[in-house]
Design a protein around this ligand. Sequence first.
Ligand code: 13P
Length: 251
Amino acid sequence: MKRQHIVAGNWKMNKSFEEGKDLAEAVAAGLNESDTIAILAPPFIHLSAVSMTVQQKLNLKLAAQNCHQEQGGAYTGEISIDMLKSVGVEYVILGHSERREYFGEEATLLAKKVDAVLAAGLKPIFCCGEKLPIREAGTHTELVSDQIKGALFHLSAEAFADVVIAYEPVWAIGTGVTASPEQAQEMHAVIRQLVAGQYGAEVADATTILYGGSVKPANAKELFSQPDVDGGLVGGASLKPDDFLAIIDSF
Ligand code: 13P
């Protein structure tokens, strides 16, 4: 299996219902047919409307920003994976640094969510990444390796094949400070080697590893030209259709 080019837009907690529909329509209208998969990750409440739009294009897909790990039942305020699946969601972002920071999500819970997503036939976009003090201390590769091992390495090679990894250094998220192409490449190569050690070179070579953190039209081309960078997970710039489309066209 060949690894894929993916550009995913994480809208986070932004956009009203109408604004969200307009944004999705604008992306669909401007999206060129290509081998790059574009993914929209709107807030839960917009998913079913955006799903209609996503269906217009073969290379446009729908993601949720989170899910609950249980199948259903008495979990007030939560959203199950079957609900997501029933509105056309194919990917679920898990372990985003904002979920880790503000909602206390860590490896044990994330491993359960990863299992539940895969069991339902959906694909996790598993986020990892270090905060600035860790980068400054020079222990970033250890931390990211531990995040990946702790939440993913219980999987079989067959299950792991459906996982997308997103490296998002926390110091680059929403700050305008992007990791340099060399910094991104270095960590992506470490991640791919780690995967190779656990699952073998073939699985590692087929694993899609995205970079996230202040990706913009101005830096996407250089980042995506790195040998181990297979695309991006985009926050702020995914809220502007022209910017998001330009990033998608950066391969
Ligand atoms: P920004 O692109 O706004 O830095 O956000 C990145 C991100 O967190 C995507 O999940």
